[in-house]
Design a protein around this ligand. Structure first.
Ligand SMILES: Nc1ncnc2c1ncn2[C@@H]1O[C@H](COP(=O)(O)OP(=O)(O)OP(=O)(O)O)[C@@H](O)[C@H]1O
Ligand SMILES: [Mg+2]
Length: 610
């Protein structure tokens, strides 16, 4: 007897539902996408008990007539695609005709819908995939879908649900994703009857982001000017150098309006941020990618979270370029800031007043006295960035510039704050007094940044000077490392490492970078190879060399326990502020941290907490 059986429809739907609907947030995703496809201008999402007890999505979109309302409950019934060609260039969120029947098969489901001009609408009730009742509906035009007792008939699924707060946080994230991509649509979200947010329609993406994420975060974002490379158009907002998170929740990217994740995109972001992002941290992005819908396939993931690009490299490249351009432009008008971890360490109820720093100004040789002056934009300057959270806004009363300061090329006189070196803590943290309060510099991180940029400049102008080794080093490698080294010989040569293949899996190293301070060049080289190995799988060869520079620079930087004299520290400070990106080391860690006077006063009880 045959063992293969065709599944009854209801069971087939439940199986399909397992792929489409894994938790309440997935129901929200599917229904909100349907509302957007229906042209809604206001979407409400109401959840009870994290969405497990009830989810209700109300829209004012096109609505459906009775025939369509009934058809929408059938599997493979869709109004959105008709032919194979449509599938090759999907411009709507939906295309499978799976979502509604899947959801209805695993819940107590009610659909009420009315087209704008119809006198009467339709209400349909379905229980675990079984049609219970169809009746007239006299409510507002648009569509309301209510999903109660999700997975009541699939206990195996129910077991995978987490706590109410966890499920709700996924629901919220889902609504947020679509709300950001559609500022022109008003969104309302409630939980257990309490409002979570109400976002009025707006034309301004940043206003929408502010409405969801708060003004503090929004004020620290950099605008990515719309730009196109290889047919891939990028725009949106991103966090500046040093603004990072320990998870991907705020690494938000859209492809033609659809929130998606993709390794090409992640690599592009990482490559674009390059040294402005700490290892193991993720950037904050609200990035929109527009491209021809023929150039990728969305039909590869049951929840449509991932896509397959025909040419992932172009996408990665376009993103990397857009990000690095944005960071470069922003860096000329510096606004670095301290990553969360540091913010937490400072435990500031209110962030300390910001020290405002100007675009790079050519500095004179370090003055002999202990007072060190840094260029600052006047508080009224239209373009400025802060390296600490920018609240509360406070004018910087900058002292007069030193007479020795060379006039900058701009017409504006630079105003300079004073950094007085107080001492060094744990042979690592340089404590300084500024007009704003206490500034701390991580001398190791600062050196890394200085060396990194020195190295990169040398590279750009033809190569890093090298020092010949008295005794050439012979390196034995595995065949894999040997390939890796061979591919990167030119880049290594430019980096000041003179290395040649010398028989199978053997290399001879004749010279290392001139500035390298190490007693054991062989161990240092091992480290570089290790770095190449870990990077080779992730980044393009162009970046491979740059990343190697970053780490190389690090390894060659002063050790944290090197004791530096005051003039050496002053020179370091000067070099740091001559850098393009002074506020973080090549790994994205902060180089400078400030505790403002107000914050100190609060800590010592001289000022009431605000
Ligand atoms: N809120 C809504 N307003 C108007 N029509 C809707 C709404 N929700 C669903 N529909 C109609 O019901 C059909 C079926 O919806 P369903 O979500 O099951 O499939 P889909 O969106 O076409 O594809 P997918 O399974 O990929 O989401 C849609 O094609 C659409 O015509
Ligand atoms: Mg759909």
């Amino acid at each position: 007897m045959s063992k293969i059986r065709i599944l009854p429809d209801a069971l087939a739907s439940q199986v399909a539902a397992g792929e489409v609907v894994e938790r309440p947030a997935a129901v929200v995703r599917e229904l909100v996408e349907n509302s957007l496809d229906a042209g809604a201008s206001h979407i409400e999402v109401h959840a009870q008990r994290g969405g497990m007890a009830m989810l209700k999505i109300v829209d004012d979109g096109s609505g459906m007539d009775r025939e369509d309302a009934m058809l929408s409950l059938e599997r493979h019934a869709t109004s959105k695609i008709r032919t194979k060609d449509d599938l090759a260039a999907i411009m709507t969120f939906g295309f499978r005709g799976e979502a509604v029947p899947s959801i209805a098969s695993v819940s107590r489901f009610r659909l009420a819908t009315r087209e704008k001009d119809a006198l009467v609408g339709t209400e349909v009730e379905v229980n675990g995939g079984k049609l219970i009742e169809v009746r007239d509906h006299g409510g507002a035009s648009g569509t309301t879908i209510e999903v109660r007792s999700l997975f009541f008939n699939v206990p195996a699924r129910r077991k995978f649900l987490r706590t109410e707060p966890t499920e709700f946080s996924h629901v919220e994230q889902q609504v947020m994703l679509h709300a950001i991509a559609n500022p022109h649509v008003a969104f309302t979200l409630t939980h257990n009857g309490n409002p979570v947010f109400h976002l009025p329609a707006t034309r301004d993406l940043l206003e929408r982001i502010r409405g969801l994420m708060g003004g503090e975060l929004a004020s620290r974002l950099l605008k990515v000017e719309q730009q196109t490379h290889h047919g891939v158009t990028i725009s949106g907002y991103i966090g500046g150098p040093g603004m990072s998170r320990s998870n991907r929740q705020q690494q938000i990217t859209y492809l033609n309006g659809r929130p998606i994740e993709s390794t090409s995109i992640s690599y592009g972001l990482r490559e674009g941020y390059h040294t402005a992002l700490m290892k193991g941290q993720y950037p904050v992005t609200f990035l929109f990618i527009q491209m021809d819908a023929h150039a990728y396939d969305v039909n590869v993931h049951p929840a449509k979270k991932e896509v397959r690009f025909h040419d992932g490299n172009s996408v990665r490249d376009a993103i990397a370029r857009a990000i690095s351009r944005t960071l470069e432009t922003a860096n000329k008008l510096p606004t670095g800031h301290v990553p969360r971890r540091v913010e937490a360490e400072l435990a500031a109820e209110t962030p300390p007043p910001a020290l405002k720093l100007a675009p790079q100004v050519e500095m004179p040789p370090p003055p002999k006295q202990e007072v060190f002056r840094l260029p600052v934009t006047p508080a009224s300057a239209p373009l400025k960035r802060e390296f600490l959270p920018p609240e509360p806004p406070k004018a910087v009363s900058a002292p007069e510039p030193l007479p020795a300061l060379k006039a900058p090329e701009t017409t504006e006189e630079p105003k300079v704050p004073e950094f007085r070196i107080i001492g060094v803590l744990q042979k690592l943290y340089v404590l300084m007094e500024s007009p704003e309060g206490l500034v701390m510099m991580d001398q190791h991180a600062a050196h890394e940044r200085v060396n990194f940029e020195k190295f990169r400049r040398a590279l750009e102008s033809g190569g890093v000077p090298c020092q010949r080794l008295l005794m050439p080093i012979t390196l034995q490698t595995t065949p894999r490392d040997s390939d890796l080294l061979k591919q990167n010989l030119p880049a290594l040569g430019k980096l000041g490492i003179e290395i040649d293949a010398f028989g199978p899996n053997t290399f001879k190293v004749e010279a290392v970078p001139a500035f390298l301070k190490t007693d054991d060049p062989a161990a240092w080289l091992d480290g570089v190879i290790e770095e190449l190995r870990s990077l080779s799988s992730k980044t393009s060869s162009l970046r491979l060399s740059e990343d190697a520079i970053a780490t190389t620079a690090c390894r060659a930087s002063v050790k944290s326990n090197d004791v530096l004299s005051i003039p050496e520290l002053q020179a370091l400070l000067k070099d740091l502020f001559a850098c393009e990106m002074p506020y973080c080391c090549p790994h994205g860690r902060p180089t400078l941290v400030q505790i403002g006077t107000a914050e100190l006063e609060r800590k010592f009880g001289r000022r009431a907490p605000t």
